[in-house]
Design a protein around this ligand. Sequence first.
Ligand SMILES: Cc1ncc(COP(=O)(O)O)c(C=O)c1O
Length: 381
Amino acid sequence: MNKTVYLDYSATTPQAPEVTEAISRWNREVFGNPSSQHSFGRAAKARIEEARDHLADHTGFLPKEIAFTSGGTESNNWALVGTVRAHRNKTMHIIVSAVEHPSLLKTAEYLQTVGYEVSYAQPTADGVVTAEEIARLIKKNTVLVSVMHVNNETGVINPVEEIGRLCRERGILFHCDAVQSFGKTGLKLNETGAGLITLSAHKIYGPKGCGALIIREGTALEPLLHGGGQEAGRRPGTENINGIIGFDAALALLNAEKDYSTVKKLQHYFERELSERFPFCRINGAAAARSPFISNVSFPGVDNESLLINLDLSGIAVSVGSACSSGSVRPSHVLQAMGLPAGLVNSTVRFSFGRHTTRDQLEYTLEKLKEILPRLRKKRS
Ligand SMILES: Cc1ncc(COP(=O)(O)O)c(C=O)c1O
């Protein structure tokens, strides 16, 4: 009998029951518009400020440095577009890494089409964006460097503290997309030196459609939206209070240290067994510091979309390439930037783990791979 095994926690995590309950309790009791002056409005506003205080405490920033957004995509767009608008200097140059999430890369490409100069920092063969590579690209007119902490496809960890230090020394604003590491690694966000940091709630068992941009005091950033005073006038529009309450409830449940050590053991087991049972497979980024929540694996001679479908038929959910919003898949720009040949890029799947992953589930996945891989390899040859 098929089991159901979810190994796509980097795409999203299941919303925790406590989060669902916190949101519905709120809606049963109070539902005010935080901008209203009566008691319903004041209660809603107070609840948002409470959530902001918690997130500020957790990240080591001040409450006024936290702006709630609709998630990682909006925060990444805002970081780039808001920065260049704040500088109003057409000759400015920005640096982004070539392995960023599409919400960052596509924004950089858009800025290029309207006249800004963008350089793309290339990763090493193991997928690491080094401070040396950033230093090589810095110019006199560089105003912003954007490098993610944990890569969402490979789990490779970038040396963001070092990059942050470099940027600070050169007087350049540093933006860090911490969506895949927030609540999962011990990184102290306020020690990265980043002036802007992107977070998303649905990667930590919170609701979809909510996140934050941390804006360090003194950072020049124009709003993307206009027409209201919410979020200190920086992000107008009636707040997503369900999302914010859910984000807050998810934050309260975080136990990063425990999750990290449990998942690390599981990843170690899974990767060791993969290498023993399928010696032809290749774990990408293996030599780099990596998050235990992601294993990016190439199975030479196997079409990754066929593998995904076959695993799905066995009840196992994984992902391939850079899934875009339409559900279609493009070959991974991350693996391409790491120099993997096209054949290997199209033979690669991402397994990602989380709070509910068990050794049993991984054993089941390994057994299913044993059935599926020989079939698919034969088909190709
Ligand atoms: C590294 C990274 N940045 C940004 C995002 C976008 O976040 P959201 O889904 O909240 O828009 C994701 C989501 O997959 C991500 O993995």
